[in-house]
Design a protein around this ligand. Sequence first.
Ligand SMILES: Nc1nc2c(ncn2[C@@H]2O[C@H](COP(=O)(O)OP(=O)(O)OP(=O)(O)O)[C@@H](O)[C@H]2O)c(=O)[nH]1
Ligand SMILES: [Mg+2]
Length: 222
Amino acid sequence: MSNLTLIIPAKNEKESLPKVLDELAKFNFKKNIILEASDKLTIEAIKTYDCEIIYQDSKGYGDALKKGIETVQTEFFCIFNADGSFDPRELDVMIKKLEDDKYDFVFASRYEKNCGSEDDTFITLVGNYIFTFLGKTFFKLEITDILYTFVMARTSCAKNLELTSQDFSFCVELPIKAKRTGYKICTSKSFERSRIAGKKKVNAFRDGLKILLSMIKLFFRH
Ligand SMILES: Nc1nc2c(ncn2[C@@H]2O[C@H](COP(=O)(O)OP(=O)(O)OP(=O)(O)O)[C@@H](O)[C@H]2O)c(=O)[nH]1
Ligand SMILES: [Mg+2]
């Protein structure tokens, strides 16, 4: 068995997630799907697939990822979306950065040379630029796409971070706490595909505001 577990947060992904799992079938990674027990349609859609279903404790994207990290048993894990936007062929380059170059966290980026996105809108692009800038300026974070959250990491390091965000603030809490703890961080080139089907869960303004407040709190609370 491989030393990598994919943590796949899913909410109302009955159309996309089976296709994502089909694409992942040829890779030898463990796949843990984290969702709410009430999400019956998604659960029904993947019941014949080779994956583990884990129920989150409460609600929210951050809540699902916290549970995902707590329950990983392999040396490495990667946060992997259920909507088809992440390309599994990029995982190989990311894992080499952990195994060979001994980084602890790899943050994939859509905004470096030869990278891109089919899924970005003007608002998400500008929002991401601003949050990435705030990360660099106030937290000395040398990552280029702070909100993407296509992240591969050494499990033992991530388990030390005491992550608490239940919502999309998780996207900034993870890199900020990883940096503060002194872990070795790098980026990796990525191209984001458009989601296969279903609806976007992020609301640019509501979630943007929560993320901003969370960054302010993290700045003042060391
Ligand atoms: N368990 C769980 N998963 C969630 C929740 N919110 C989002 N997700 C999953 O997290 C991943 C990212 O959410 P998306 O809605 O794709 O966010 P996004 O990539 O910014 O939005 P798109 O541009 O539409 O792809 C997807 O796999 C979602 O199904 C949640 O509250 N609980
Ligand atoms: Mg998405």
